[in-house]
Design a binder for this molecule. Structure first.
Ligand SMILES: [Zn+2]
Length: 531
């Protein structure tokens, strides 16, 4: 997420003068030739409910690049027959393939699997959902309960839970309190065993608040953090309280399949590519924090690709130049970050215009404010480019490498701000000084980089410390250890914590493992605690 665009405090007159100046400064912005990144074959190995039964488990195939996650076949033995719910059952029920010769899930490699069948009534702003969750207890401990995040329940009347069952038995011993759904299990769930949860719920999609993202406005519905998901278990269930700014959720990497029905006049921007599945449109997303979609009956779409990664820009009438410009920027950003960090983690990227403040990252989908599109007058010196690149960088620092956004937000935010600089030096190297001034130093950054979202005081103080001073910290470390060593470290960091969680201790331990250069004075200068 970004919370640091600079246009708000400027008066209209200053803004006009600014753009005149900006136009005069836009000289040569040609992109240097980039080396072609190497694209892995994405390995799609999760349960396909329509796949014919097979006695042979899928095996990962293709390149043996260790940075490519291995997808462990999941045991089909825990899939219950779905019981009647208040919405019609999907016509293609989830059926269990053969149970022989399929190895049990192995520890850390098995992820929680979500299969959702949803019917979206765009005009009525309702969504009815059957959700099946296959959860593997990788915690190493016996679980007497399972905690799910239910963000829509923070909006009055938006979330209606109709039924919930565990392994085909109706579950009645649960509590739903604000964002927290706690399931008290009749039988403890042993380590390295799995259980299947089935939920039926309805969303009465609320009007989007002026500062929010979830909900509808006159021509768009944004479904973000919209389905119940099992929160990470890291010495206990991790579900932090919301904050008035910043982000509070922490996610495990999971596999998600959404089967969606909606009106034919509605265009869906989603975290994954679509395919037909009978009368459903199916989306499958692997190794991601969450599945996000935005629906509109007025989207215009521009499309491109980086290798096999499909990139689409969804924009509205009157914003074509900006909508096409951010598509081109997204192509450059994905190419740059693939060569600098790791292969792009998903099959597609959607860049979506919406009437929100600033920008927001989700797996395979980023949302950018209509203001940025409206301000766009060409070139890279603008919020559309910088914040667009920032949210795309989160595909690596948030999506691929997860972290605690509430308690340790600098881990993904400082790296994503600094990724803008890396984008500029690879694509618009004449604009690096401009970038520092426009995005960072204008705001006079300061404060401890390791500030939790709850201790920041104001949003301005939070951004100045975590994002902007964080970018200076990263820059100082990079200057100290050397650009080549730092690039090597970022690749190692992306590979080691791919689809997992990283902590600041992990970050610094790997940095020291990769580069034998003392940075303790920099940590002391920027951080409140030592590492
Ligand atoms: Zn961000």
């Amino acid at each position: 997420m970004t919370r640091h665009r600079r246009t708000a405090p400027l008066t209209r007159a200053i803004r006009i003068a600014y753009y005149v100046l900006l136009l005069s400064l836009l000289a040569s912005c040609a992109s240097p030739t980039q080396t072609a990144p190497v694209f892995p074959t994405f390995i799609l190995i999760t349960q396909d409910p329509n796949a014919p039964p097979t006695a042979t488990p899928f095996q990962p195939s293709g390149p043996t690049d260790t940075s490519v996650p291995s997808f462990t076949p999941e045991t089909p033995t825990q899939i219950p027959t779905q019981t009647a719910t208040q919405t019609p059952l999907p016509p293609t029920p989830i059926t269990a393939p053969a149970t022989t010769a399929v190895p049990p899930p192995t520890g850390d490699a098995s992820r929680t699997n979500y299969i959702l069948y949803g019917t979206l009534d765009f005009n009525e702003r309702t969504l009815s959902v059957d959700e099946t969750i296959r959860y593997y207890n990788n915690t190493g401990t016996v679980l007497s309960d399972i905690v799910l995040s239910v963000q829509p329940n923070r909006y009055g009347g938006a979330f209606v839970l109709n039924s919930i069952s565990q392994d085909s038995a109706t579950l009645t011993n649960y509590t739903l309190n604000d964002q927290r759904l706690t399931l008290n299990l009749p039988q403890p769930l042993q380590p390295n065993s799995a259980t299947t949860l089935t939920l039926n719920f309805n969303l009465n999609i609320p009007a989007k608040s002026s500062g929010g993202i979830f909900g509808y406005d006159f021509n768009q519905i944004n479904l973000v953090d919209w389905y119940p998901f099992v929160v990470p278990y890291i010495n206990g269930w991790v579900l932090h309280d919301p904050s008035s700014f910043g982000e509070h959720l922490v996610y495990d990497s999971s596999d998600i399949e959404l089967n969606l029905k909606t009106g034919s006049d509605v265009v869906i921007a989603a975290s994954a590519p679509s395919e037909q599945n009978g009368e459903w449109t199916r989306y499958r997303l692997y190794g991601a924090r969450a599945f996000t979609l935005s629906a509109s009956n007025e989207f215009l779409v521009a499309e491109s690709a980086v290798g096999s990664v499909v990139i689409r820009s969804y924009y509205f009438d009157g914003y074509q130049a900006a909508g096409e410009a951010i598509l081109s920027t997204a192509v450059d950003a994905v190419g740059t970050f693939e060569s600098q960090y790791a292969p792009y983690p998903y099959q597609s990227l959607a860049v979506v215009q919406a009437d929100i403040h600033d920008g927001q990252e989700y797996d395979g989908l980023v949302i950018l404010a209509t203001d940025f599109y409206g301000e766009y007058v060409g070139g890279p010196r603008n919020n559309l480019t910088t914040i667009g690149v920032h949210e795309i960088a989160h595909q690596w620092w948030y999506g691929l490498v997860g972290s605690d956004q509430a308690l340790e937000p600098w881990l993904d935010e400082a790296l994503s701000v600094y990724s803008e600089r890396i984008f500029f030096e690879n694509n618009y190297p004449g604009n690096i000084s401009w970038w520092w001034q426009f995005r960072v130093d204008f705001f006079k950054p300061g404060g401890f980089v390791d500030m939790p979202v709850y201790n920041a005081g104001s949003q301005r103080q939070y951004v100045n410390a975590v994002y902007l001073n964080g970018a200076h910290f990263i820059d100082d470390v990079r200057e100290r250890v050397g650009y080549g060593n730092f690039a090597k470290f970022l690749k190692a960091y992306a590979a080691r914590y791919s689809r997992g969680h990283a902590t600041p201790a992990d970050f610094f331990a790997l940095l020291r493992e990769t580069v034998n250069v003392d940075i303790s004075d920099l940590i002391a200068a920027y951080f409140s605690q030592s590492y």
